[in-house]
Design a protein around this ligand. Sequence first.
Ligand SMILES: [Zn+2]
Length: 394
Amino acid sequence: MQRRRTNTQGILVVQMLVKGVVFRLGGELPSGARFLLEDFRLAVNNAIRAGLQARVTSRNALTRLAYRDFRQEHPKMYAQHLVSAFEVAGSVLKNHRRRVRKGNAGHVPYVRRLFMRAENQAYKLDRVEGVVDLPIMARFHVSLKLVVSDYHRGYLSDPSYTLGSLTLFPDRAIIAFRREVPKPYVAESALSLDTNERSLDGVFAREDKVRAIKAEFPDIVRIQQRHHDRRKRLQKRKAHDRRTSRILCRNEGKREHHRIEYRLHQVANAVLSFAESRKSAVVLEDLKGFKPKWSKELNRRLSLWPRRKLHQIIEYKAQWRGIPVVKVDPRYSSRTCPICGRIQDSRMGMEFECECGWHLDRHINASINLLQTAISKGGQGAYGSAPARSSMTR
Ligand SMILES: [Zn+2]
C-alpha cells in the first residue's frame, strides 16, 4: 500500500487516515440542539426535493437553488450548518441517481433519521473536558458533554490527531480524527504468516534465529458453521413465507459478521502488538485473485471472507501504527521446499516432506516460503538470513 504518492504534477500528496470515533452524550440533548437537528433534516429534505426537480446534485448548485428560500424561513440558522445540509442532500441525491442508473431506484429519497453534520470550522471541541461547543445561531451556542473513556482519551489527548467533521445524533456524536499516515519503521525482524481457516501459522525471524508462531481462531469456523446450519433450518421452517425467511436470514448474516469481525480484530491486534514490540515487518500472502479449487461444499465451509477480512484489518491497523506490511504472491508456497527449491506435485498431509530430507508442518513450511519470497523481493531490507533447520525451535 502506498503511503505517500506524487500526483500528476509531481507534487507530494500526503495521505491522511481518518477514524470516526463514537461518543455517547452525557445527559439530555439540549433543546436548542434538538431544534437544530430537526431544522437540519428539514433543510436536507427540502434540498433533496429541489435537487430532484432541477436535476442537480452538486452542493454548489443546491446552495444556489435552495439557500435563499430556506434562509427566509430560518433566518437565524448558522450558515455553515445550512451549507453542510446541502452537502448531505447532494450525497443522498448522488446515491439515488446511481440506483436509478442501475435500474433499482425504489422510492424518492427522504431522510428520516435525526442527525446533523458540522465541518471542523463549525464546532469547537474542548479536548481536555470532552465538551463540544456547537453554534445553533448567532450568539446562541449549546454545550454537549461527551462520555469519555480511556479509549476516547487516547484520541483526545494525542495532538497528532486533528479534528474532522462532527456528526450529531440525538444520543451520540461521531467525531472524525485525522492523522497523517505515519512512516513505517525500519524492520529489524520479520513475522511471516500463512493464513489458514483456523489459524495464522508462521515464523518469526530475527538475525539467524527462527521461531514457529501460531495465532489460533478456531471459533471463527465454528461461528460460520453454526450460523450456516441455523440459516438452513430457518429456510426450511419458513419455506412458505419467502419474505420472512429472507429477513430472518439477513439478520442472521449480520450477527454472524459482527461476531466474526470482533474476533478478527482481536487476532489482528495480537499479531500487530507482537510485531511492533519486536520491530518486525509483517509478511502476508496476497489473497487477491486467489480461488481455491475445491468442491462447492468445501468452498462454503472454507469461505474466504474471514481470511480476506483479517488481512484487511491487519493492513489497516498496521498503517495506523506504522508497522510495515509486505504482501507476496502465495503461488507454490505450500508445495515448495525452502531448502532445495523443489516443487512437490500434490497437496501434502499435515506434514511437508521433501526428497532432500526436509520435513516440517505444512503451514509453517508455507510461511517460510512466503518469508523467502519477501526477502528476495527486497522489501524492507534485512529480515535475517534464510532459516536453517537446526535453529528451528518450537
Ligand atoms: Zn527439498
